[in-house]
Design a protein around this ligand. Structure first.
Ligand code: NI
Length: 210
């Protein structure tokens, strides 16, 4: 078991496109178990290989309740084969210590990948559940993208980044998602009470941090 060093935003490795894994060798299996150890050690729900300095198409996720048994999910050479719907998500990343901001995500995703033994599997995540958002977040890392590239408000994102002494957003990487934004805004208009509740929850999370 080894805890690996997590690379922080600003390091160019995080902007590189990762390569497919050609063979799940002993070395790759060790990398995967070390990534899981590192993720649990950092209390994260997901970690992608580039975050530990390996530009390989691998990520790990565990969205289970921290008080219960662990449920590690390993994705090697993942492909998102279906995506639909839109949701506003409040996210952070182990490469951005303490910095959280609001981003756009698909609500439902279906992903095809290989497990740690090289066996193919399909995983579906729906209704904007944490797993659906985590899959998109980690998948992005493999293409050199990060959650801030999906931010709904670049001023809010930049404020948070500067607050935690991280480099500001890189305008050239911002992803324009007019369809997702439109669907989110429509939902917020149709569900003002729920939207307000979500806003309050985020505000409380923000205020609860030192
Ligand atoms: Ni991340």
């Amino acid at each position: 078991m080894s805890i690996l060093k997590i690379i922080e935003y600003g390091n160019p490795i995080l902007r590189e496109k990762s390569k497919e894994v050609t063979k799940i060798s002993k070395k790759i299996k060790t990398l995967i178990t070390d990534m899981l150890d590192t993720m649990y050690h950092a209390n994260g729900v997901g970690l992608a290989a580039p975050q530990v300095g390996e530009n390989l198409r691998i990520f790990v996720i565990d969205v289970s309740d921290p008080s219960g048994p662990i449920n590690p999910l390993v994705f090697v050479n993942p492909k998102i084969i279906k995506k639909s719907g839109a949701i506003s998500s409040y996210e952070g990343c182990l490469s951005f210590p303490k910095a959280y901001t609001t981003v756009r995500r698909y609500k439902n995703v279906m992903v095809k990948a290989l497990d740690i033994n090289g066996r193919p599997f399909i995983k579906e995540a729906k209704d904007g559940e944490l797993l659906a958002r985590a899959i998109q977040h980690e998948f992005d890392h493999l293409d050199g993208r990060m959650f801030i590239d999906h931010c709904r408000n670049r001023f809010e994102a930049n404020n948070v980044l500067s607050k935690y002494n991280l480099p500001s957003i890189q305008e050239e990487f911002l992803i324009d998602e007019p369809e997702l934004e439109e669907e989110i805004v429509t939902w917020e208009k149709q569900n003002p009470d729920e939207a307000e509740k979500l806003r309050k929850e985020i505000e409380e999370l923000e205020n609860g941090k030192e």
